[in-house]
Write a protein that binds this ligand. Structure first.
Ligand code: ATP
Length: 239
């Protein structure tokens, strides 16, 4: 029997107050995969990430994560269940040092030995950060702040990483670096749901993709199929 998906949304609807945003979303992240969610501004991508994270309440449907029904879990419960969130805009603790930011990422864990091991593993992934543990987060460049945000999420030892627009505002060479990192993290056994305005980057990294329009999934397929799809090319790839 094949492995159950790491994340399985069925018929999920949500919104803000009485304002509906997501309608009947079916979406899966299979084990060992990177899934991209693309869509225009306001399509509901961030709302989907917030809904999975427990920051926005579901109004219907079911969220199964890591074999557990997590439909109305709080954000804290989702993190304890193995979710890692890299929010839009990074949301670092700007006055804290890099080391403190990484320690915050492990707040829900108690095994000091495992945390120390992950600290070393994370620094090995980000050699450019190793010498800057005492630097205050707000003084890092945009690209470095993105890496700190990813590193902090990894300190929670997540099964699934949710990335909200990780390449936004970054120079092309830094975008490339972040893209390679996401692949490395996936190879380490962390599954990934990636939300991107930059559809080309997202579909190039991902195994599978979903297209969101007006809060609905309008297309889904293997990422390379979507990259070759004329409709996707016109609407999202500027071809
Ligand atoms: P973007 O790339 O601009 O973040 P998105 O695809 O992530 O776009 P969402 O941010 O999920 O889209 O927004 C979807 C809809 O929800 C939009 O109509 C937006 O105005 C609305 N919305 C987002 N956040 C809130 C909020 N806190 N309260 C009310 N409405 C909101």
């Amino acid at each position: 029997q094949p492995d159950a998906p790491t994340l399985d949304l069925s018929g999920v609807s949500s919104g803000y107050g009485s304002f509906p945003v997501l309608h009947n979303i079916d979406l899966k992240v299979e084990k060992g995969t990177i899934v991209a969610l693309i869509g225009a501004n306001g399509a509901g991508k961030s709302t989907l990430i917030k809904t999975v994270s427990g920051l926005v309440r579901t109004k219907g449907g079911k969220i199964v994560f890591n074999g557990q029904d997590c439909t109305s879990h709080s954000p804290d419960k989702m993190i304890r269940a193995g979710l890692g969130l890299v929010p839009e805009g990074r949301r670092l603790f700007g006055d804290m040092t890099l080391r403190e930011n990484l320690e915050m990422g492990a707040y829900a864990r108690s095994d000091k030995h495992a945390i120390a091991k992950d600290f070393e593993r994370v620094l090995a992934l980000f050699p450019e950060l190793r010498d800057r543990l005492s630097t205050v987060a707000s003084s890092f460049s945009g690209g470095q702040q993105q890496m700190v945000a990813i590193a902090r999420a990894l300190m929670g030892a997540p099964k699934l990483l949710l990335l909200d627009e990780p390449t936004i505002g970054l120079a092309p060479v830094v975008v490339e670096r972040v893209a390679n990192l996401i692949r490395e993290i996936s190879e380490m056994g962390v599954d990934i749901l990636l939300i991107e305005q930059n559809a080309e980057v997202a579909l190039t990294i991902a195994d599978y993709g979903y297209v969101l329009e007006n809060g609905k999934v309008v297309m889904e397929n293997k990422a390379d199929v979507l990259l070759d799809d004329p409709q996707v090319q016109t609407a999202y790839l500027g071809i």
